[in-house]
Ligand binder design. Structure first.
Ligand SMILES: [Zn+2]
Length: 394
C-alpha cells in the first residue's frame, strides 16, 4: 500500500434546497461583491438572477459573466478576468457545469497574480492563496467543485492544459440536487458517465488509497444504481440526489488518486474535435477496460456489480464481462459507440472522416502521453499502446 494522506479543507453543503444557503456562505467568506461565472442557458433559465437576488438579501453586490463555452478557452479566461477586475468584485461564484468551475479557478489565479493562465500550466506554479470561490454545480458531474484542477483549452496548440494546485480548491461547494433536475437527457448521460469514470479510474489507479477506494466504491454504487433512472427522468428526486452525491465522492476520489488512460486519451479528442468531455471518455472506456484487465486483482468484479443488471459472484465472473456491461449501459443511456460516431454528433463535424482523424493521430498520441494520468494507469502504457487503443475505439 502507498503511504497516503488526505484533507478536505472545504465547506461542502449537500441537499435539496441548499442553494438557499448561498448568502450565508458568501457572508462567512467575508465577500462583499461577487462575480458570478455561468453559461447562457442557465442565465436564460433564471438561475443567475436567483443567485443575485439571494445575495442581495444580505447586502452582497453581484455582477455576472456568462460568455462561457464548453471546453472553455484561454481567451475566455482573459475576458472573465477582465470583467472581474473591472467590476471590483472580491470573490467568485461558479454556477454551472465543469466549464464555469474551470474558468473560476483560472480567473482566481490570474486576477490575483497577473499574466496568462498558460503561464501556470502544470503543478506547483500557483504562488499562494487565490481569489476565494464558491462552486455550485448544475450537472452531476465533473466533480470540479472538489478538485484542485483547472482544465482550459489552448486553441493556439489545440491542447487542453491543466493547472494543478490545492490553492485552486473552492472554499465552499453547494450541491443542490434541484439544480440538476432541468439537465437535458443527453447531458445527464454524458456527465453521469463521466462521474462514473472518475470513480472507476481512481478506483483502479496505482495511486489509490483505502480512503480514495472508499470514495470510489460509494460513488460507483450511487451512480451505477441511479444513472439509468436519472437519464430517464431528471425529476426523479432520489436518482438526482444519488447522482449528485456520487459525482461529489468521485471527484474527491480522483482528486487524491488521479485518473487513468481514459482521461489521458479523451482530452485530445475534445481538443481536436470538440467532442464533449463525458462522451469522449465514454467511447474510450470499454477498450481501456479491456486493456487494463491484465492488471486486475479483484476490482473488476466490484465495478461490474455496480452497473450490471445481474449481480455475480467471483466464480461466475470473467474480465470480458465488465466491458460488455459497460457497452450495454452506454447503449441504454444513448451514448455513441465509437470515436467517429461521437465526432459526427458534434455540430459542424459531421463530415470528418477516419482519414482526417488519422492525420492528427500522432499528435493526439503525443498529447495523451503528456498527461500525468498515464503514470497511474494500472497497466504500464506506451505510446504504441495509446495508438492501438485509439484505433480500437475509432
Ligand atoms: Zn472527467
Amino acid at each position: 500500500m502507498n503511504t497516503y494522506s488526505f484533507s478536505i479543507p472545504q465547506d461542502i453543503i449537500v441537499g435539496r434546497g441548499s442553494f438557499e444557503k448561498l448568502p450565508e456562505s458568501a457572508k462567512k467568506l467575508g465577500g462583499k461583491h461577487a462575480l458570478i461565472l455561468s453559461g447562457p442557458s442557465l442565465y436564460k433559465y433564471g438561475l443567475v438572477d436567483r443567485a443575485i437576488n439571494l445575495l442581495a438579501t444580505v447586502g452582497i453586490q453581484a455582477d455576472y459573466f456568462i460568455d462561457i463555452e464548453a471546453n472553455p478557452s484561454v481567451t475566455t479566461v482573459e475576458k472573465a478576468t477582465g470583467t472581474f477586475l473591472d467590476c471590483g468584485a472580491d470573490f467568485l461564484i461558479a454556477l454551472g457545469g465543469g466549464s464555469p468551475m474551470d474558468v473560476a479557478k483560472a480567473v482566481a489565479v490570474v486576477a490575483k497574480y497577473g499574466g496568462k493562465i498558460t503561464e501556470y500550466e502544470g503543478g506547483g506554479k500557483v504562488p499562494g492563496k487565490v481569489i476565494p470561490q464558491i462552486a455550485i454545480p448544475t450537472t452531476a458531474g465533473t466533480g470540479s467543485e472538489v478538485t484542485a484542477f483547472s482544465v482550459i483549452t489552448d486553441h493556439e496548440r489545440d491542447y487542453k492544459l491543466t493547472v494543478f494546485s490545492y490553492e485552486l480548491l473552492p472554499e465552499v461547494a453547494i450541491l443542490d440536487p434541484e439544480l440538476i433536475m432541468t439537465t437535458p437527457a443527453s447531458v445527464a448521460a454524458a456527465c453521469g458517465i463521466d462521474a462514473f469514470i472518475h470513480a472507476q479510474e481512481a478506483y483502479i489507479s496505482l495511486a489509490a488509497s483505502p480512503f480514495s477506494e472508499a470514495m470510489s466504491e460509494k460513488a460507483m454504487e450511487l451512480i451505477g444504481s441511479s444513472i439509468r433512472r436519472f437519464v430517464a427522468n431528471r425529476k426523479d428526486v432520489e436518482a438526482a440526489e444519488n447522482m449528485m452525491t456520487g459525482s461529489l465522492f468521485a471527484g474527491i476520489a480522483f482528486s487524491f488518486a488521479r485518473l487513468g488512460n481514459v482521461h489521458a486519451m479523451s482530452h485530445p479528442i475534445s481538443a481536436y474535435f470538440d467532442v464533449p468531455h463525458g462522451v469522449a471518455n465514454a467511447v474510450l472506456l470499454p477498450v481501456v477496460v479491456e486493456f487494463n484487465a491484465l492488471a486486475d486483482h479483484g476490482k473488476y468484479l466490484k465495478i461490474y456489480n455496480t452497473i450490471s443488471h445481474i449481480k455475480r459472484y467471483e466464480e461466475e465472473f470473467s474480465h470480458p464481462m465488465l466491458a460488455g456491461a459497460i457497452r450495454s449501459l452506454l447503449a441504454e443511456i444513448g451514448i455513441p459507440g465509437s470515436i467517429m460516431e461521437a465526432i459526427h454528433g458534434v455540430k459542424g463535424k459531421e463530415e470528418v472522416t477516419p482519414e482526417d482523424v488519422e492525420k492528427v493521430l500522432p499528435a493526439m498520441v503525443a498529447d495523451a502521453m503528456k498527461s500525468g494520468n498515464i503514470a497511474v494507469n494500472p497497466r504500464v502504457t506506451t505510446a504504441k499502446d495509446i495508438e492501438n487503443l485509439y484505433h480500437q475505439a475509432l
